[in-house]
Design a protein around this ligand. Structure first.
Ligand code: HSE
Length: 351
């Protein structure tokens, strides 16, 4: 299958590397090898081993009838939104790590894919390399999911971990996350909780099968957390974590992003550094915990390439409707959710 990669930053270069280094086994699993025919980026890469496939023009991709699939790893809304709409309308499948785009326009893009015989897949948009989208859609399909709690941002989790383990200041720890390629281009999306907000909105939309609007989720990041707060939590046998949470409350949804203090015995308390963890509660299976690297080049690329292989295996499968309608999002923590949090040793900071 001939594909294009849009965006050659941390994730895009990882997608190239994962495909080029694993194409033999990919071909066995997918039924054919992947040929990367174009890479779109505004920058020049004259020393790259395949510099001839780089282009600055989206037209080279949209007008190439051989291209069946595009990995959109540009990030942000523009121009990714416009490009994705045009690709799906042309019947080309799109796989992405772009949580902002999925959280804002996922409903429309999924519909466009369905109307045009294409697929829109976004395993890499939440939890980096952790399989979480497909398990919610497939493996847990016999359940009704009631609660989700996740450490969903590698940058902030890295910062909080380094503050406590190495006594680093907030600024030093953030610089470390940036050096490692975890942080967003504008790291305010990480530290102010917006990235976590988009991810919990995506998970809640999938789990509760109705669109959960990220704009309606009360969101507080970690900018007000000091080293003293982290040390205080430690002295109480607790840890501070930035979490996204969502619960089904009757026919409504409660969702929130904020730092919490959690008992060290909580299943998410040991999730450190760039690792993410997602704890789901569902009616039949009970609690399920997902854990792995939530950001970084190869973990995220691993999820993007898994989606490519999935599209290759299911070429004639129509895009499934993943959610319909819009959920009413409750602005305040309902009593029943408060009770569950306290039972689980979790104190919400900044109510
Ligand atoms: N900036 C994000 C994070 C990248 O730190 O988790 C992965 O979505």
């Amino acid at each position: 299958m001939k594909i294009a990669i849009m965006g050659f930053g941390v994730v895009g270069s990882g997608v190239y590397e994962v495909i080029e280094s694993g194409n033999d086994s990919i071909a066995k699993r997918a039924g054919e090898p992947i040929e990367i025919k174009h890479i779109l980026d505004l920058r020049d890469f004259p020393d790259h081993e395949r510099s001839e496939i780089f282009t600055k023009s989206f037209d080279d991709i949209i007008n190439d009838s051989e291209i069946e699939l595009v990995a959109e790893v540009i990030g942000g809304l523009n121009p990714a939104y416009d490009y994705t709409k045009r690709l799906l309308t042309a019947g080309k499948s799109v796989v992405t790590s772009n949580k902002e785009l999925v959280a804002c326009h996922g409903t429309e893009l999924l519909e466009l894919a369905a109307q045009n015989g294409a697929q829109y897949m976004f395993e890499a948009s939440v939890g980096g390399g952790i399989p979480i989208i497909r398990p919610i859609n497939s493996c847990l399909a016999a359940n009704s999911i009631t609660d989700i709690m996740g450490i969903l941002n590698g940058t902030t989790n890295y910062i909080l971990t380094r503050m406590i383990k190495d006594n680093q200041s907030f600024e030093e720890a953030l610089a470390g996350a940036q050096e490692r390629g975890y942080a967003e281009r504008d790291p305010s999306a990480d530290i102010e909780g917006k990235d976590t907000c988009r991810k919990i909105a995506i998970l809640a939309s999938l789990a509760f099968e109705r669109f959960v609007n990220s704009d309606e989720i009360p969101t507080e990041g970690i900018t007000k957390i000091t080293l003293e707060d982290v040390v205080f939590a430690e002295s109480q046998g607790k840890v501070i974590k930035l979490v996204g949470m969502a619960s089904k409350v009757g026919d409504k949804v409660f969702a929130k992003v904020c730092p919490v203090m959690m008992d060290k015995s909580h299943p998410l308390a040991g999730v450190e550094d760039v690792f993410n963890g997602v704890l789901l509660h569902a009616d039949n299976v009970g609690d399920v915990l997902f854990y792995g690297r939530g950001a970084g080049k190869l973990p995220t690329a691993s999820a993007v390439v898994a989606d490519i292989i999935d599209v290759m295996r299911h070429k004639n499968t129509p895009q499934r409707k993943l959610w319909s309608g819009t959920a009413e999002v409750l602005p305040k923590i309902p009593e029943e959710v408060k009770a569950k949090l306290s039972e689980n040793g979790i104190t919400v900071l900044y109510n």
